[in-house]
Ligand binder design. Structure first.
Ligand code: C3B
Length: 831
C-alpha cells in the first residue's frame, strides 16, 4: 500500500528473517521472546503459542503479498458475510497447507516434544452452530486454495458455541472461553476501527442546496474493531483474510457521561457496548427474535460495509463502483440488513441518487438460502426493528413501495400476490421479512442442494420464483478435502497418494483413479487396515470420554450433527431398541455387532432436543449393562462434538446416518465427509443425499423412506401414526418398552413426550419411515458381514466423492454468481 511512506525501507531484507530461521530456533525464540519463559518453565500452552507464532511467521510474507496484489489488481473481491464461521483449530491446517508438517514434527521431536500434544492444546474457535458456519469455513479454505480474492466478514464472539458435558445422561452447557489463553492467529487492526450507530430517530430536512435529506440521530453508538486472521490456501501464496469484528465503547459517549461526573455510568456504558459481541446465539435453525441478535447482525454488517468502502477508496474508485469491486454473499438472511445499510450509506451519506444506489446494491448482493424450516425464518417485529434501526425501516418501506409497484404493474390481476411478496408481513403483528429483503436486494438466490433449490422455488419463495425465475440457482454444498481428508485421515490420505499421487488434494475428481484398486486384494487389505487403525484410535477416545468399551471390529454406526427433531436421532434410537428387543426375545438372535455412536449439541432452550439426548443416553445405559447383549450392541453419546472432534470421528465411521425427514435437510454436509473417508451412508432421499447416491452409486448408498413428494401426499391425506403402530408388531414392542418406562428406571412419564408424541402427532413421520429404515439397516448388516464386499463399496465411495469438494462448489459460485477469477499472488521478495 503506502510502501514509500513506510518508516522502514522497502528493501530492508531483515523482515523475512523470522520466517527463514530454522523452525527449531524460531520456536525456541518464541518461547523466550513471545511467551517470556525459559523452555524448562514453559507449560503446554506456552509451547503451543510459540509454535503457532512460528507457523504464523511463515504465513506473513504471503499474507502481505496477497494484500499488495489484491490492492494493485483491479479484480473483483468476494465479501462473504456470515454471522458464523466454524473454523476449527488452525495449527494443523496451516501446517498442512504450508507443507511443513513433517519438518515441524521432526523439529519438535528433536526438542523432546510431541506435535500431537501441541496440536491438542489449541482452543478451537467455535464461532458457529453447525452446518452453516462450517460451510463458511470450508468456503474460505477453497477460496484461498483457488486463489480467489476474498474477505470473510463476521463477528468475533468472545464466547463461541457452548461446551457440552453430559451429566446424569443430560446435556449441561458451559461457556466457551476460547480466548482465555490468547489467540495467536489474529491481529487486532485498531486503525481500521469504525463507528456503528444504533437506535434513536431520524430527521427529514432540506439542505442548503435544496436537496431533500435524512439525518439519523442515533440513540447510541459503538465501535467495531477488526481482528484479522490469515486464511492460507493449500500450497499457494494466497492468504485471504477473515475479518471478525469486536464491539467496543465509543469514546464520545463515555466523554459525555464523564462530564456529568458519572464515572461508573461511563464504565457501565462500556460494558453494555461490549455485550454486543459477547456470545454466539446457540440456536441452530430457530429464530428467536431477540433485540441483541438484531444488533449483532446489523453491527457486523455495518462494520463490514464501511470497511469495503474504505478499500474502495484505496482503489480510488467512486462508491457507485461498489458492485464492480465487491461480490457480496449473504450467508442466509442473518446479514440481509446489509442491503438496507448499503442503500443508507450510498443515499444518505454519499448523496447518491436512489435509482443509482439501488442499481449498485442489486448488482452487489447475492443470497444463499440454507433452510426451509418455518421456525428458522427471520421476521423482526416492526416495533423492535424500528427501535434499533429507525432509518433502515424507512429505507425498507421505500424499497418495498417501489418493488410492490413494479409487481402490481407486471402482475396485473394476480390478486394478493403483492401482499405475499411484501417485505412487511401484515397477516399478524407487523414484521419485517428478512428473506424477502434478501430476495429483492439480490441478483441471485441460491439453494444448497438440488432438491432444496427446487423446494425453495416451489414453496417458501414461490412468489419470487414466479416473478424472477432467472434469479434462482442451485449450488450443491461441498466440504474441503484438505481438513476433512488430508488432515483428519492421514492413514487413508497416504494410501491414496501412494496409489494415485497427491493431485486429489486440490482436485478431488482425481480420486476416480482409485476405483480400479477396488479389485486389488492387497490394496483392499491396506485400505481396511488404515480404517481399522482409525477405529482403534477412536475406541480409545470413546473409552476416555464415556467409559464405554467398544470393539473396533464391530460396525461403527455413527450419527453426529446438531440434535434436532427433523434430523431424527430418535428414529435411530427406535432401531437400536428394535435390535435390543430381538436379542431379548431370542438371546441367540443373529445380530451383526454394532457400536452406535452419537454426538451433537442441542440448543439450550430446545427442551425436546435435550430430551432426545437423554433418550439416547438412557437407552445406552440399559443396553451397555445388559449381559444378555454380550457386546453385540454398544451405544455411546460422545460429549462436546466440535470440529476437532469431528476430525477424529469421520475417519472412523463404517456407516453414517443421514436420516432426516425428506424435504427438511437443506443439504447436509456430514454425509459428504463420511463418504470421502470411506464410510457408507444410510439415508433418506433428502438434501444432498440424493446427489450423493447418484454420484457414488445406489449400491453404495442405503436409501430408505418416503420421498419429499410422498411426505407431502401422506400429510395431505391425513397422517395417522397410530395406524403404523397398530400394524407393525416390532414397532409396537419398541414404543411399548419406552412407554412402560423400561429405559427410564420404571418412570413412564420421562419419555412420554417422545413416545406419546410419536403415536399422536409424529410431526417428522418417524413411524411412517420406521419399517423401511429397519429394512435398510438389515441390508447394511448383511453387507458388513462380507468385509471384502464392504471394501469394494467403500473404495468407490471415496473414488466418486469428488463432486462434493467445496472447490467445485466455489468454482460454481465464481462462474454463476460472483463472476470472479483467480488472481495468482507473486511473492514479494523481502517484502
Ligand atoms: C444448515 C442446514 O441445516 C444444512 O442442511 C446445510 O447443509 C448447511 O446449513 C449448509 O448449507 N443450516 C444451519 O446449519 N443453520 C441454519 N440456520 C440454517 C441451515
Amino acid at each position: 500500500m503506502a510502501a514509500n511512506t513506510s518508516p522502514v525501507a522497502a528493501t530492508d531484507n531483515t523482515r523475512t528473517s523470522l520466517a527463514r530461521t530454522p523452525i527449531r530456533r524460531a520456536f525456541l525464540d518464541h518461547v523466550f521472546y513471545t511467551q517470556a519463559k525459559l523452555p524448562g518453565l514453559a507449560n503446554q500452552n506456552d509451547l503451543f503459542q510459540a509454535l503457532a507464532h512460528t507457523v504464523r511467521d511463515r504465513m506473513v510474507q504471503r499474507w502481505i503479498s496477497t494484500g499488495e496484489k489484491h490492492l494493485s489488481t483491479p479484480a473483483r473481491t468476494v465479501a462473504y458475510l456470515s454471522a458464523e464461521f466454524l473454523l476449527g483449530p488452525h495449527l494443523g491446517n496451516n501446517l498442512l497447507n504450508l507443507g511443513i508438517q513433517d519438518e515441524v514434527r521432526e523439529a519438535m521431536r528433536e526438542l523432546g516434544l510431541d506435535l500431537d500434544m501441541l496440536l491438542a492444546q489449541e482452543a478451537e474457535p467455535g464461532l458457529g452452530n453447525g452446518g452453516l458456519g462450517r460451510l463458511a469455513a470450508c468456503f474460505m479454505d477453497s477460496l484461498a486454495t483457488l486463489e480467489i480474492p476474498a474477505i470473510g466478514y463476521g463477528i468475533r464472539y468472545e464466547y463461541g458455541i457452548f461446551q457440552q458435558s453430559i451429566i446424569d445422561g443430560m446435556q449441561v452447557e458451559n461457556t466457551d472461553t476460547w480466548l482465555r489463553n490468547g489467540n495467536p492467529w489474529e491481529i487486532q487492526r485498531s486503525d481500521w476501527a469504525v463507528e456503528v450507530k444504533l437506535g434513536g430517530h431520524t430527521e427529514h430536512y432540506t439542505d442548503d442546496r435544496g436537496h431533500y435529506r435524512v439525518r439519523w440521530v442515533p440513540g447510541k453508538s459503538v465501535m467495531g474493531v477488526p481482528f484479522d486472521s490469515p486464511i492460507l490456501g493449500y500450497r499457494v501464496n494466497t492468504v485471504n483474510t477473515l475479518r471478525l469484528w469486536r464491539a467496543e465503547a465509543t469514546e464520545a459517549f463515555d466523554f459525555d457521561v464523564f462530564n456529568r461526573g458519572d464515572y461508573l455510568g461511563a464504565v457501565n456504558r462500556k460494558v453494555t457496548s461490549e455485550n454486543l459481541t459477547k456470545v454466539l446465539y446457540p440456536n441452530d435453525e430457530t429464530y428467536q427474535g431477540k433485540a441483541l441478535r438484531l444488533e449483532q447482525q446489523y453491527f457486523f454488517v455495518a462494520c463490514s460495509l464501511q470497511d469495503m468502502l474504505r478499500i474502495l477508496e484505496l482503489h480510488q474508485m467512486p462508491v457507485t463502483c461498489f458492485h464492480e469491486q465487491f461480490a457480496v454473499q449473504l450467508n442466509d438472511t442473518h446479514p440481509a440488513i446489509g442491503i438496507a445499510e448499503l442503500m443508507r450509506l450510498l443515499v444518505d451519506e454519499h448523496l447518491v441518487p436512489w435509482d443509482t444506489a439501488w442499481h449498485v446494491t442489486r448488482h452487489a448482493f447475492a443470497y444463499t438460502n440454507h433452510t426451509l424450516l418455518p421456525e428458522a425464518l427471520e421476521c423482526w417485529p416492526l416495533e423492535l426493528f424500528e427501535t434499533i434501526l429507525p432509518r433502515h425501516l424507512e429505507i425498507i418501506y421505500e424499497i418495498n413501495t417501489r418493488f410492490l409497484e413494479e409487481v402490481r404493474i407486471r402482475d396485473y390481476g394476480h390478486g394478493d400476490r403483492a401482499a405475499r411478496l411484501s417485505l412487511i408481513d401484515e397477516s399478524g403483528p407487523r414484521a419485517v421479512r428478512m428473506a424477502h429483503l434478501a430476495c429483492v436486494g439480490s441478483h441471485t438466490i441460491n439453494g444448497v442442494a438440488d432438491l432444496h433449490a427446487k423446494l425453495m422455488r416451489e414453496d417458501v419463495l414461490r412468489d419470487f420464483n414466479a416473478i424472477w425465475p432467472e434469479k434462482f440457482e442451485s449450488i450443491t454444498n461441498g466440504v474441503t478435502p484438505r481438513r476433512w481428508l488430508a488432515l483428519s485421515n492421514p492413514r487413508l490420505a497416504r494410501l491414496m497418494t501412494d496409489a494415485i499421487g497427491d493431485g486429489w488434494v486440490t482436485d478431488l475428481e482425481q480420486t476416480r483413479a482409485l476405483e480400479i484398486h477396488a479389485d486389488d486384494a492387497g490394496f483392499r487389505e491396506r485400505w481396511h487396515a488404515a480404517h481399522q487403525a482409525n477405529k482403534a484410535d477412536l475406541a480409545v477416545l470413546i473409552r476416555q470420554q464415556t467409559g464405554v468399551v467398544v470393539d473396533p471390529a464391530s460396525m461403527f454406526d455413527v450419527m453426529v450433527k446438531r440434535i434436532h427433531e427433523y434430523k431424527r436421532q430418535h428414529l435411530a434410537v427406535l432401531h437400536i431398541i428394535a435390535l435390543y428387543h430381538r436379542i431379548k426375545s431370542d438371546p441367540h438372535a443373529e445380530i451383526v455387532p454394532r457400536t452406535f455412536l452419537f454426538a451433537g449439541k442441542a440448543a439450550p432452550g430446545y427442551h425436546y432436543a435435550k430430551l432426545m439426548i437423554r433418550f439416547i443416553t438412557s437407552v445406552a445405559d440399559v443396553i451397555n449393562r445388559d449381559p444378555q447383549v454380550r457386546d453385540r450392541l454398544k451405544v455411546a453419546f460422545l460429549p462436546n462434538f466440535n470440529v476437532g472432534f469431528g476430525q477424529r470421528i469421520y475417519p472412523a465411521g463404517d456407516l453414517s446416518e443421514q436420516i432426516s425427514l425428506a424435504g427438511k435437510e437443506a443439504s447436509g454436509t456430514g454425509n459428504m465427509k463420511f463418504a470421502m473417508n470411506g464410510a457408507l451412508n444410510i439415508g433418506t432421499l433428502d438434501g444432498a443425499n440424493i446427489e450423493l447416491r447418484d454420484a457414488i452409486g445406489a449400491e453404495q448408498f442405503f436409501a430408505f423412506g418416503l420421498t419429499a413428494a410422498e411426505v407431502a401426499a401422506l400429510r395431505a391425506d391425513g397422517y395417522r401414526p397410530a395406524a403404523y403402530y397398530a400394524r407393525n408388531p416390532e414397532l409396537r414392542a419398541v414404543i411399548d418398552l419406552v412407554q412402560q418406562g423400561f429405559f427410564s428406571k420404571g418412570d413412564p412419564t420421562l419419555f412420554e413426550p417422545i413416545a406419546g408424541n410419536l403415536l399422536q402427532h409424529d410431526p417428522y413421520l418417524l413411524l411412517a419411515d420406521f419399517d423401511s429404515y429397519v429394512a435398510a439397516q438389515a441390508q447394511t448388516s448383511a453387507a458388513f458381514l462380507d468385509q471384502a464386499a464392504w471394501q469394494r463399496m467403500s473404495i468407490p465411495s471415496v473414488a466418486r466423492s469428488g463432486y462434493f469438494s467445496s472447490d467445485r462448489a466455489i468454482r460454481e459460485y465464481c462462474a454463476r454468481i460472483w463472476h470472479v477469477k483467480p488472481v495468482p499472488v507473486p511473492l514479494l521478495r523481502d517484502a
